[in-house]
Design a protein around this ligand. Structure first.
Ligand code: HEC
Ligand code: CU
Length: 445
């Protein structure tokens, strides 16, 4: 015979079914009444304010990285898929929220007895398992076909190699077997050679561009929202990304894989030019080097450049004025990633250092960036003039680049680095040297 001393099972059984008839252990009126409604209301008010602010921030008019404003075929494909799916998910979400809200309010605990507990409803459960499966199966059809369409490389007109490194993108336009660059023949008198630039990817309008992307250090991700989705760029691998647009203009993007301290300063732009303008761009990139006139400030700048910059940066065709030798950079000995931006035509682009700062003053920038598509090419190809040069940011960069763009969290505690640096180091240039360098760089366009 069992002897039950406490009978816990019996007590809980009773408590479950007769909860409402139980008396609270302590009377509800206590000596110090604590009200919970006021802090709760205040919290709800703050939540409302925060939620409203977040919702309103979605209304920005100047949002160059808007995924809902496609400007090319690939982005349009994504857009055509995302709208209906967003709508379906929205309807499902609404039904769920209404059902949950209704149940929460209607069946809230008012002290009523717990309803009779049943063991499931097979029809409902099976139905609610099959329904989402059917919805997902339906959505899968256009999704998979879009993924395949976005991975197609058969219709490529132009190949551009894109390489990420901390914290900027390099573009390399290879010379194809037929002697063209991206399908364009250089003008008479010019020799086809790979064009190497950084920051701004220049591409012809109405052309299927295929990016062959990789990385020299960590994983980065290439993303121009108005032209296509994201593509990770991984060391030791080549990933492909399609870009296309019919509308001349500048399309902004940014690295979307956390890649270290200055990840947020790793931006890029795609610049779309009409074919005739693109031809002019190519010809200008390939134009032979013109040394500064003797005795000018720019000529002094050339000397400073050869001494201070040429070990990392390449200026194609530059001849050392002192020795007469062709100057060839060897960034692999000085920079961890093994590369530094090619400065041959620095002033033909209009942003620098991972497209983070403008080479143009705000007024001149607006003239280019806000130009109508039919005027855009002409304005972009003007490059940076002396009157338009944003000397503020460029000077700060040359004075102390790691102070402008953080390269190390704690440079004081650097281990021995084999003489190599990440990004561009502090070079202790004098203001005179910087003046001369600016004059020299202004002619690089
Ligand atoms: C030790 C190698 C090294 C030296 C020396 C060096 N740089 Fe750099 N420089 C870099 C690297 C790496 C970057 C890319 C940094 C980034 O964008 O985060 C860079 C970026 C730049 C940029 C931006 C280019 C672009 O297309 O975005 C300019 C301009 C520049 N350097 C000018 C100079 C000048 C002028 C000198 C000489 C006074 C110089 N650099 C010396 C490594 C170097
Ligand atoms: Cu990155």
């Amino acid at each position: 015979m069992t002897h039950r001393t406490r009978g816990t099972a019996g007590v809980t059984d009773v408590a479950n079914h007769d909860r409402t008839s139980m008396q609270p252990a302590t009377p509800m009126t206590s000596v110090t009444p604590v009200s919970t409604t006021r802090p709760l209301r205040r919290r709800a008010a703050w939540l409302g304010v925060a939620g409203g602010a977040i919702a309103l921030s979605g209304c920005a008019t100047n949002a160059p990285q808007d995924t809902w404003a496609p400007r090319g075929e690939n982005a349009q494909m994504i857009h055509d898929l995302q709208w209906p799916i967003f709508a379906i998910a929205g309807v499902v979400g609404l039904i769920v929220f209404v059902a949950v809200g209704y149940s929460v309010v209607k069946f809230r605990d008012r002290g009523q007895p717990i309803p009779e507990q049943t063991h499931g409803r097979p029809a409902l459960e099976i139905g609610l398992t099959i329904l989402p499966a059917v919805i997902l199966a339906v959505i899968a059809v256009p999704t998979v076909s879009t993924i395949f369409a976005l991975a197609d490389t058969d219709d490529t007109d132009c190949v551009i190699n894109v390489t990420g490194q901390q914290w900027w993108w390099e573009y390399d336009y290879p010379v194809l077997d037929d002697g063209t660059i991206c399908g364009y023949e250089p003008a008479d008198g010019l020799t086809a050679a790979p064009i190497i630039t950084s920051g701004q990817l220049v591409m012809p309008a109405g052309t299927n561009v295929l990016v062959r992307g990789t990385s020299r250090d960590v994983i980065h991700s290439y993303w121009i929202p108005q032209l296509n989705g994201k593509k990770d760029m991984v060391p030791g691998r080549v990933h492909y990304l399609r870009l296309q647009s019919d509308t001349p203009g500048i399309y902004a993007g940014q690295c979307t894989e956390f890649c270290g301290l200055s990840h947020a300063n790793m931006r890029m732009e795609a610049v779309v030019l009409e074919p005739a303008d693109f031809q002019r761009w190519i010809d200008n990139e390939l134009a032979p080097y013109e040394a500064p006139e003797e005795g000018t400030l720019a000529a002094q700048g050339e000397t400073v450049y050869v001494q201070q910059c040429a070990r990392c940066h390449q200026v194609n065709g530059l001849v050392d004025p002192l020795t007469g030798d062709l100057v060839v950079s060897n960034p692999q000995d000085h920079v961890w990633s093994g590369a530094a931006p090619n400065l041959t035509k620095l002033m033909a682009r209009n942003t620098f250092a991972g497209a983070t700062w403008d080479l143009l003053t705000p007024e001149c920038r607006a003239d280019v960036w806000e130009a109508a598509p039919e005027d855009f090419g002409e304005r972009y190809l003007e490059g940076v003039s002396e009157a338009c040069l944003n000397t503020v940011d460029l000077r700060e960069w040359l004075r102390n680049s790691p102070a402008k763009k953080p390269m190390y969290a704690d440079a004081e505690r650097l281990e021995v680095t084999d003489g190599k640096v990440r990004g561009m180091p502090y070079l202790a240039l004098s203001e005179d040297q910087i003046d001369a360098l600016l004059a020299y760089l202004l002619e690089r366009k």
